[in-house]
Write a new protein. Structure first.
Length: 188
């Protein structure tokens, strides 16, 4: 399945090669632009349905995702699981719960995202849930590019694709990458 999904990423132009600055500030030779994959509604439904199937055994009352990349994934996973979907979004540089969305004490959530490298936005989402008395039963992502430094979310963490994509600190770029202008294609 992972090979077929990777082929789908390449076919839709969603797996890019070059020099990229990731949201985390790290640099990479590859970038997953899931929006290019998810713009195709039939593909979005199929891929997110596959993720939902991996999460189906997890008990949850709702699905939550960080905006903006996780919104489509969250909506499709929630639809596939028959659960409501809410999202957190940036305000003054931090993720917050807005738009009248509520998290009730002991309400069980699955957190979903498109791509995880270090897991910062997923952890921020988890912290928001827990600060309101909610529970996190699982994290699901389309692409886990964390490699051996897999984030620890204190719950099951599942993905459709695991890729060990090299990342570099900005001051430790390999010479071939340093020669290429860096692009920051992700959401701000």
């Amino acid at each position: 399945m992972s090979k077929d999904l990777l082929a789908l990423f390449r076919q839709t132009g969603a797996l890019l090669d070059g020099h990229f600055v990731l949201r985390s500030g790290l640099h990479s030779r590859q970038y997953f632009q899931c929006a290019l994959l998810l713009q195709h509604t039939d593909i979005a439904a199929r891929v997110c349905g596959m993720l939902a199937n991996k999460l189906r055994a997890m008990v949850c009352d709702a699905v939550i995702s960080p905006a903006i990349g996780g919104i489509i994934v969250g909506q499709e996973v929630g639809r596939s699981l028959g659960k409501r979907h809410i999202f957190v979004e940036k305000e003054s540089g931090k993720l917050v719960l807005r738009r009248g969305f509520q998290i009730s004490p002991n309400e069980k959530f699955i957190v979903v995202e498109d791509v995880v490298t270090r897991g910062g936005r997923v952890q921020e989402t988890i912290d928001i849930i827990r600060s309101r008395g909610g529970l996190v039963t699982a994290v699901g992502v389309i692409v886990d590019r964390s490699g051996p430094t897999k984030p620890e979310f204190d719950c099951p963490f599942v993905s459709l694709i695991e890729m060990n994509v090299e990342t570099f600190e900005p001051n430790r770029l390999p010479p071939d990458l340093a020669k290429i202008p860096a692009v920051k294609p992700g959401s701000k």
